[in-house]
Ligand binder design. Sequence first.
Ligand code: COA
Length: 737
Amino acid sequence: MNISLSVSCLAWGHDPPTSWESAESLKLILPTCLCVCSDPNQLGLRNHKKTIMAFSVTTRSHSYESYDATEDSVFEPSDFADSSDQNCMRQELVDQKSRRHKRFVRRHSYSPYEVKVKTLAHHHQWKAPEFFRGAKLPPGRMVAHQSSLPRLPVPNLAQTLQKYLKVVRPLVDDIAFQKTKQLVEEFGKPGGLGESLQSKLQSRAQERQNWLDDWWLHMAYLDYRDSVVIHVSPGIVCPPQDFNGKQEQLQFAAKLVAGVLDYKVQIDDQSVPIDKLRTRPLCMDQYYKLFSACRLPGEQRDQVVVYGPDCGVRPRHIVVVHNNQFFSLDVYDNNWKPLSPDLIHAQLQRVVCQSKHPSVPVGILTTENRDTWGMVYNQALKKDKTNKLSLEAINRSIFMLCLDQETVREKDRWTSMGHQLMHGGGSQHNSGNRWFDKTLQFTVGTDGAVGIVYEHSAAEGPPIIALLDHMLDYCSQSPAVKETSVHPKEPERLLFSLNNSVLEAIDNAKKSLDMQVRDLDLHLVTFKTYGKDFPKSQRLSPDSYIQIAMQLAYYEVNKVACATYESGSTRMFHLGRTDTIRSASVESLKFCQAMQDSSIQPSEKVALLRRAVEGHKRYAQETVSGQGIDRHLLGLKLIAVEAGLDVPDLFEDSTYEQAVHFKLSTSQVPSKYDSLLCFGPVVPDGYGICYNPAEDHLNFCISAFNRSRETDTVKLATALNQSLLDMQELLQTQAKL
Ligand code: COA
């Protein structure tokens, strides 16, 4: 981006710098700000020493101008501290800002072009440029909009049923389709079962903040009984680091911990920038479930505990695991200030000194089937007093840091890291150096493999990526870690007393985990020819374009379409999570078939491609607006079960079974870094595909199971590469004609 503008208010905790020469220097200064706000209207100042109105413009030529308004626009907190009327305070600020703005424009003789950019920026709610992305809002702002978020709607029944028939059409043959059509008509007829279930669902929606959230939490996560490893918990691979020895590993880990704590400060004072979909603010609830949280195994159903700000004793420790041994480490000083990277580094050195050799991998129990693990946890492990204390320390900890050994080498470094993040490489490697129930685990390996493993019930990928981006910014900007002679409280080893039944359970867990590891076929790959800029240049949505490329790749390999799941965020609604964007459509199938047919003219193929991409975009927009069909149908099914009725025939139909057998389970998880989220397939004969589209390249993680004869990640990746090239060629050739 070579044109950007920001009008920002900077609140300093100390004296401001005297001048800002360039965007670069502003970038360096920003992290030292207590508060950076891109919207003066949102400014609510109480605790900062000084506030400066700073106007800055980046023009076509990249030159940067700024206005240090120190002499006439410094506000002391006393200006506002006693005001109980926030709106009054804001208005005053806006008026003052507007007067200064005029003076500023006069003084700097802005060209009409620059003023226009300013006006535009105002229009876009003072949208901050790229380098403001890590900026904070004033305390409290992050949740100010929560109460006004709309409730998740219950879509119209007839609309859902019509759409259902449309999305299953490319998946089943004519006979199956005719049967499904009759079932839909029966279900949806006036006064029929559908209407009665719909009205029950509407009543539920009126009684709750979100009619779906607890159903979804239980059904998708807590009642799920397979291992969370590969099946539930994603691993996020960060750009690989190059460490020269153990010291550099620990120095990086210390910065990483400090960076995460820095982000937690923002969550605690509710100053994380509000996520938006275009201009619509999104629900920020998931951010509160990330820290000091843990899943607890149960027999039949798990639970999640969060030790948030309102819990009695606020956790002040993280847990560090090295050589399968766990240590509790306080990360705040007596004034609740996070420890510096230097001090954290000193503590990590102590942990490593005290855990030179691998011990029994008790953490591997968390990779087990949930019923099995629930039984060991509740009936054996937790009954011992020492174990109970150690388990509590893990559950309550803010997050976990895993200091790993080297990654198991796969075909390439990136794919090796994908394996490392998804399961730890097996029982002989890092899989016991984990606690997979912990909501957030950060891993730093001796070989520079860095990433995050997260337990999915708390949140979708985007909030975790926001944290990851902040953490990596922090690591790259903070100065080199220095040795220190100050030593805070000694890290506390968490002891486990393991009787024979637990040791046997650990042996079993090792065996089943190793089988899972052997079964995972994973391939991380970058498509380098172009990125999301190309579809944009063709006036096509990049996400929809990539989805259609995946349809084409799957069709090339299998010669059929398959039910395809793409996560669409419903965070526009209070406590919203996701619904399904169904990427396989009649239009996408027509395009795929045409691509195999040399008698069809390129111009017609282009028209079919555009129709498929635009159809996907429309479906995606409807889904994120709460008009998806999958969660609605699920709701109708669950409300029938809750009312003690039989599951309606519509859901017993083989077409429905096929429609929810997602052979392609996909998700876009963008990051400003080349990080890549990895997750497993959701059916035995399917693929999981996650992608992070950059401007000029596209990163993909493709997973499948080795036991399936139908799948092969390298084959699909090759087909995807070809699809993306073919689609580009098609569009470019036609553009030239
Ligand atoms: N022409 C030119 N540009 C276009 C375009 C068109 N026809 N259509 C879209 N674009 C632009 C957009 O303006 C946007 O620009 P920006 O990069 O400047 O913001 C960009 O292309 C990307 O838009 P698009 O590719 O259409 O996707 P999106 O960002 O709207 O994302 C979803 C679509 C479905 C991925 C998103 O809405 C979503 O739900 N994400 C969350 C998924 C999730 O939760 N995943 C985690 C599961 S663990």
